[in-house]
Design a protein. Structure first.
Length: 481
């Protein structure tokens, strides 16, 4: 009687876990449909056979009964462990997606380090310089927060742009400024140790613009474009910052084609949403948020961008090490700063080596342009590794690393769709690259740094047309439905 009860309890628990497992696989679209149904069918068949043997035939063979009990227990344990493992990956992906909504901007009241001004009350009789012409929405939010906290309006004067603000403060022409912290690095590099000569009295957190359409939906099997914005620091990815690396990855799942387009950081563009005269380096568009960079590139190349991924190239080395390195095709031998030598040919690189390879530009014939090509070669190696079956089975560990080095709005459903497609019909992906070309230029008007003699790259119209056509060709299927 006791042994019969154990059998019934085992079947009952196995059935419950199976139902949960069935729901879990279908809810999160785990595994291609045919593999999913085969797996679920086999487990259901085993449960039904054991149930039939126990309740109908009532088998007396104790070893056989023990074998079936053990088998059901083992299957249930594997189902539970798999759901636990997969849930961790799903939660990590959701955390990565959640980071995209953190679009807060810090607005700081800044004075000289030796200034007698210490508190908000000290600013009552002081005229504070602002850059309303450049950043009116964020400034207005900060001014409202100041009034809410002090009960008074801040006495302000518009100085036009943040570079002028910083210069005026250092020159003593104004006693305090209201600074969008996204522009601090630019001031440090342009004015020389701006941060060391100043201090913050108070900072206000305000909500930045969110122009990018989060509801874009790419249907199953359709081609799509991903904008990759790369920074080469240990900074927080949720922070708005200049983009050192700008890539558009065009993916054609049906044809198994990927095209990586490089747009040099110094490319002269019109920054979207700021007017016809807001022309500057592409990297400066990132100071207004990834949404502005996306719209700027959409206008510049006349294409649509469906998703974005902000990548920290410095911490991405952890991902490369987790992948046990990547293979990179290096066309020309060179020695990087620090003495690391890269021979011609196929090089297997760990994370540290790949970072040094991606950073070097001074020992390359075309400087920053060749560096962009090398970054594409490293990215190609990463993509090839990520698309391997071995890597797909190690998704949990990869997702954990991606949490610290990637910020994307690509939804889980699209990621799992790509993974399922590669498992169901493994493709030998054809990965190509192209880059915007142009002429070196100095003295072009800079929206953010007026009066500065900055290096720019003026893109050739022929190159822009070629890039546009290349993306369209890559994303077009041979047989149109």
């Amino acid at each position: 009687m006791f042994k019969s009860l154990i059998s019934k309890i085992t079947i009952f628990l196995a059935t419950i876990i199976y139902v949960v497992f069935f729901y879990f696989l279908n809810r999160y679209n785990i595994l291609p449909l045919r593999y999913r149904f085969i797996l679920l069918g086999i487990i259901l068949f085993i449960i039904l056979i054991f149930s039939l043997l126990i309740f109908r035939i009532k088998i007396k063979d104790k070893p056989l009964k023990a074998f079936f009990i053990f088998l059901l227990f083992l299957i249930s344990a594997v189902e539970a462990l798999f759901m636990s493992y997969a849930s961790t990956s799903i939660q990590t992906v959701e955390k990565i997606n959640q980071k995209k909504s953190d679009n807060r901007i810090k607005m700081s009241l800044v004075v000289l380090r030796e200034s007698p001004l210490e508190t908000l009350n000290d600013l009552e009789d002081v005229q504070v310089a602002i850059a309303k012409n450049m950043d009116s929405k964020n400034i207005n939010q900060a001014l409202k927060k100041y009034k809410k906290e002090t009960g008074e309006d801040l006495n302000v004067e518009d100085y036009g742009d943040y570079l002028n603000l910083g210069q005026s403060l250092l020159n003593g022409n104004t006693q305090a400024i209201l600074l969008n912290e996204n522009f601090r690095q630019m001031l440090d590099e342009t004015l020389g140790e701006f941060s060391k000569q100043t201090r913050v009295i108070k900072s206000f957190s305000v909500k930045g613009d969110d122009k990018f359409n989060e509801n874009k939906e790419v249907k199953k099997g359709e081609s799509f474009n991903v904008y990759i914005s790369g920074i080469d620091t240990y900074g927080d990815l949720s922070t708005v910052s200049r983009s050192d690396v700008n890539l558009i990855v065009s993916v054609n799942p049906k044809e198994g084609k990927i095209l990586i387009t490089t747009i040099p950081r110094d490319t002269y563009v019109n920054i979207a949403g700021l007017g016809d005269y807001a022309n500057d380096k592409l990297t400066h568009a990132g100071l207004f948020g990834v949404d502005t960079s996306i719209k700027t590139l959409e206008n510049f190349l006349d294409i649509n961008i469906d998703y974005y991924a902000k990548v920290n190239f410095t911490t991405l080395t952890q991902l490369i090490d987790l992948l046990n390195g990547v293979d990179v095709e290096n066309p020309v031998a060179f020695e990087a700063n620090g003495g690391k030598y890269f021979p011609q040919g196929t090089i297997h690189m760990d994370g540290e080596m790949a970072l040094a390879y991606s950073r070097e530009r001074y020992h390359l014939a075309e400087g920053d342009f060749d560096r962009g090509k090398n970054q594409v070669r490293v990215m190609t190696g990463i993509i090839r590794k990520l698309l391997s079956t071995e890597t797909l089975l190690n998704f949990n560990s990869i997702a954990e690393v991606a949490l610290n080095s990637v910020n994307t709005n690509m939804p889980y459903d699209k990621m799992i769709e790509m993974a399922n497609g590669q498992i169901d019909q493994p493709k030998n992906w054809k990965i190509k690259s192209q880059a915007v070309r142009g002429q070196d230029a100095t003295g072009l008007p800079s929206y953010l740094m007026p009066g500065s003699n900055l290096y720019m790259m003026k893109a050739d119209d022929e190159s822009i047309d070629k890039i546009h056509d290349g993306i369209l060709r890559n994303n077009k299927n041979k047989i149109e439905n």
